[in-house]
Design a protein around this ligand. Structure first.
Ligand code: ADP
Ligand code: ADP
Length: 225
């Protein structure tokens, strides 16, 4: 089974109202195990909506979402939450790290919430931070780190509970171009090292070119290019 399968996904905001917006019409996507797919679209095209539906944070009006072969459409909210926590990691344009906690703690806490022991959580968090070059930043709070460092911590947090699918929404969109380039490489390396599947939204075609496959979101559909 593919790690993610979207078929015929449709989504309209404010349906039946004068301000209705049909964002997705008939979006199909399959992501195989270990595959890294670039999702390219201009701002406002519906990338965030698509990623939220794929990650079970939002529900489509029509179509089917399957994660790891499990069709999620008619599953309970409780089951959707379990699958999301176990299978999906999210990264956003802004890091959303907890400001009062250190980098290490930000990567440890989701694991404790998921039932890991303190010692396994810490060992895994240190390994992840080390793999993105942040071993010496483990005890820093977010405010004491650069934008690129904060974002790399956010990648580690997304990986903390060993997801199978990473969904990233403009993960380096708020960084300057040179930093964005390096931080993006760190993300792709982390994904490849862990054998994870990923959908990474970006409007940067040079970054998209480094991924296995590219799809463009246009008029509510996904088209390979
Ligand atoms: P992108 O991530 O590509 O910028 P979004 O998925 O955030 O696009 O939004 C796609 C379109 O849907 C935009 O026109 C946006 O204004 C609209 N939209 C997004 N969320 C809502 C919402 N909750 N209610 C109404 N319209 C929304
Ligand atoms: P990155 O490429 O990871 O964003 P930078 O080149 O921006 O890193 O920053 C280099 C170093 O300067 C970082 O390792 C960080 O420790 C330090 N630094 C950058 N910005 C800040 C900041 N706002 N507060 C404290 N230290 C910072």
């Amino acid at each position: 089974d593919p790690v993610l399968r979207l078929s015929g996904i449709a989504k309209t905001y404010n349906p039946g109202r004068p301000n209705a917006v049909q964002v997705l019409r008939d979006a199909d996507l399959e992501v195989a195990r270990g595959e890294v797919v670039a999702l390219v679209a201009p701002s406002g095209a519906g990338k965030s909506t698509l990623l939220h539906i794929a990650g079970l944070l939002d529900v489509a009006d029509a179509g089917e979402v399957a994660i790891g072969g499990e069709v999620m459409g008619r599953k309970s909210d409780r089951r959707r939450t379990v699958v999301r926590r176990q299978m999906v990691g999210f990264v956003y344009q802004f890091h959303h790290l907890l400001p009062e906690f250190t980098a290490l703690e930000n990567v440890v806490l989701p694991q404790l919430a998921n039932g890991a022991s303190a010692s396994e959580a810490e060992a895994r968090a240190r390994g992840l931070l080390d793999s993105v070059g942040l071993a010496d930043r483990a005890a820093h709070r977010p405010a004491a780190m650069s934008g690129g460092e904060q974002q790399r911590v956010a990648f580690c947090r997304a990986m903390a509970n060993t997801p199978q699918l990473l969904l990233a929404d403009e993960p380096t969109g708020n960084l300057d171009p040179a930093t964005s380039d390096r931080v993006f490489d760190a993300l792709v390396r982390l994904v490849r090292d862990t054998g994870l599947s990923a959908v990474i939204a970006t409007h940067n075609l040079d970054l998209a070119a480094r991924m296995d496959r590219r799809v463009r979101l246009t008029e509510g559909r996904l088209v390979a290019f």
